[in-house]
Design a protein around this ligand. Structure first.
Ligand code: EPU
Length: 338
């Protein structure tokens, strides 16, 4: 029996906590059930919902919303040094990371506390503190919505980039990722502590023989200080991507904005932190009734409770226009606007 409900509130299903309704909603727990739902007539182009952590809902949704609730973690293969673990798409990302750490499997510790689910992590190649999902990714299984064929995408086929993959480009809206296969280390872990804040945090805690569990704890401490917990204040993490600009543009800006940071990208391009631009434009901590810009991290827009998605969208557009005017830089939204 497929249980489709009508006029279902999506508030519990998006970390921004926006209260809009889905005209038709179904939560699926198995691939056969998912295929049955996709075979139903009358629901072309369904909206696929994972952890709801990378979207801003600006209106009621008329499509069929399919919540991917596929659970399960299994070990597929082991070698002397590595373990291949498959996690189904509906597993909560952070709980999966913690499960790996409890088994002392290394590779995902820098990605602790990222909201969202396993199945949506490859779409934007989630990343934090010097690591991206692609670094431990082997492949993902995906169901083609039109044909119901199951496909396997390996790392090169996913064409991962900075917060980007084939699933945001050519393959957008065509597939549902059902599971992800990771390759993790069993004993010889390669620790990534070079991202400044991690080493500072480890030093502050007096940790010397660093383990993957220590790194996870450090990342959690840093994130908890800077980023609002969606359970307390609705948000979608970084609202914008960090823009890439030419070196010559950067040099010109430096004349007026001496402290503008940058990270190398290529011989003639650099990435600049959108958080810095937004803070310098005066938006950090700004509150407009029940929504605003987070006080500890300017890249995060927040819903203090009861905000409309359209209001937050309007604020994001005001920020974009101001950044364009002040710095001649276009900043792109990282979240999906629906
Ligand atoms: N900064 C400011 N003011 C702010 C925020 C940042 O000046 O309010 C400047 C500072 O110079 C700081 C620099 O920006 O040194 C970098 O800030 P941070 O380390 O917080 O990283 P970010 O570039 O703002 C990115 C990711 C985060 C990820 C962190 C850590 C993007 C869009 N965001 O943020 O990812 O956790 O690095 O690796 O790439 C997410 O994607 O949702 C997310 C939270």
């Amino acid at each position: 029996m497929i249980a489709i409900t009508q006029n279902t509130s999506l508030k519990p299903f998006n970390t921004f906590g926006i209260a809009v309704n889905a005209a038709h909603f179904v939560s699926v727990t198995s691939i056969p059930e998912l295929k049955d739902v996709l075979r139903l007539p009358g629901y072309p182009e369904p909206l696929i919902l994972g952890g709801g952590s990378n979207m801003l809902l600006t209106q009621d949704q008329n499509k069929l919303v399919i919540h991917i609730n596929l659970k399960g973690i299994s070990i597929e293969k082991e070698t002397e040094d590595h373990v291949y673990i498959r996690a189904n798409a509906g597993e909560n990302w952070h709980e999966f990371v913690i499960w790996c750490l409890q088994h002392n499997y290394g590779g995902l510790e820098n990605l602790s506390l990222i909201p969202g689910n396993v199945g949506t992590a490859p779409i934007q190649n989630i990343g934090a503190y010097g690591i991206e999902l692609k670094d431990s990714f082997v492949s993902c299984n995906a169901l083609e919505i039109k044909t119901l064929q199951e496909h396997v995408f390996d790392t090169s086929q996913c064409r991962f980039g900075y917060r980007n993959s084939i699933f945001k480009q050519e393959a957008k809206g065509r597939y549902i990722i059902t599971s992800v296969l990771f390759k993790l280390s069993k004993h010889t872990h390669s620790l990534r502590v070079d991202y400044g804040a991690i080493q500072t945090e480890l030093d502050a805690q007096g940790i010397t023989n660093t383990t993957i569990q220590d790194i996870s704890k450090a990342v959690i401490a840093i994130r908890e200080r800077k980023l609002p917990n969606p359970k307390d204040i609705g948000n979608s993490g970084s609202f914008f991507k960090n823009p890439v600009i030419s070196k010559s543009h950067y040099e010109t800006l430096k004349l007026n904005f001496e402290t503008l940071p940058c990270y190398p990208v290529s011989d003639n391009e650099v990435k600049v932190p959108a958080g810095w631009l937004i803070e310098t434009a005066g938006f950090k901590g700004k509150r407009f009734s029940n929504y605003g810009v987070h006080k500890h991290q300017a890249l995060v827009l927040v819903n203090y409770g009861g905000a409309q998605g359209a209001d937050i969208l309007e604020l994001s557009q005001l920020i974009q226009k101001t950044i364009a005017r002040l710095f001649n830089i276009t900043i792109e939204a990282e979240v999906n606007i629906l």
